[in-house]
Design a protein around this ligand. Structure first.
Ligand code: MN
Length: 180
């Protein structure tokens, strides 16, 4: 069996002309299939209308989040990398409680605009394409702005050494309202 027929390779001009239409058909089929997959598969953070769960996500527990927050595990605990990776979508005004990570955390904003704040510092506005590198044991929170969703990827390293997160008290409406 010629396995090359099942790969989307360019038409080989050296082949007999009679083979070309079939190969063109296969190549077109591959491209069509790729286009179909590309248009129907939900992109990260774009998998549902605001207010509804992104595919594969569950509501974040009320002890750890204020408002409506969706958490989709991407790399669950137990990975050989010793990292946990999640896609977190905050509906408007949704946010984490104050917390810290024993080995820090990296956030990568994939959609929307939101807030990040370290204890004692002003609220920082974070936007799609930006990242936040959070040092170990720094008390902070993150979440959506008041007008729309925020989605970020959250990466927590070295979880077997000291754990992933220590949750604290909620971010009050007064604290949340300090954003300018
Ligand atoms: Mn955090």
């Amino acid at each position: 069996m010629k396995s090359s027929a099942f790969h989307c390779e360019p038409v080989d001009a050296g082949r007999p002309p009679s083979a070309r239409p079939l190969r063109l058909l296969i190549v077109s089929g591959c491209l069509f299939l790729a286009a179909c997959i590309g248009s129907t598969a939900p992109a990260l953070g774009q998998s549902a209308r605001p207010g509804t769960a992104p595919k594969g996500a569950n509501r974040g527990p009320a002890d750890n989040f204020t408002g409506v927050v969706w958490v989709k595990p991407l790399v669950p605990p137990g990975s050989r990398t010793d990292c946990i990776v999640s896609e977190v979508t905050f509906e408007a005004k949704g946010r984490t409680v104050w917390h810290k990570h024993p080995n820090g955390q990296i956030l990568v904003v994939t959609q929307g605009t939101g807030y990040y704040q370290e204890k004692g510092k002003p609220i920082r506005i974070i936007r799609q394409g930006e990242s936040v590198d959070i040092a170990p044991q720094v008390v902070h929170w993150h979440g959506a702005g008041p007008n729309g969703r925020l989605t970020h990827i959250a990466i927590i390293p070295n979880v077997s050494r000291g754990g992933a997160v220590n949750w604290m008290q909620p971010v009050t409406d007064q604290e949340y309202g300090q954003a300018k």
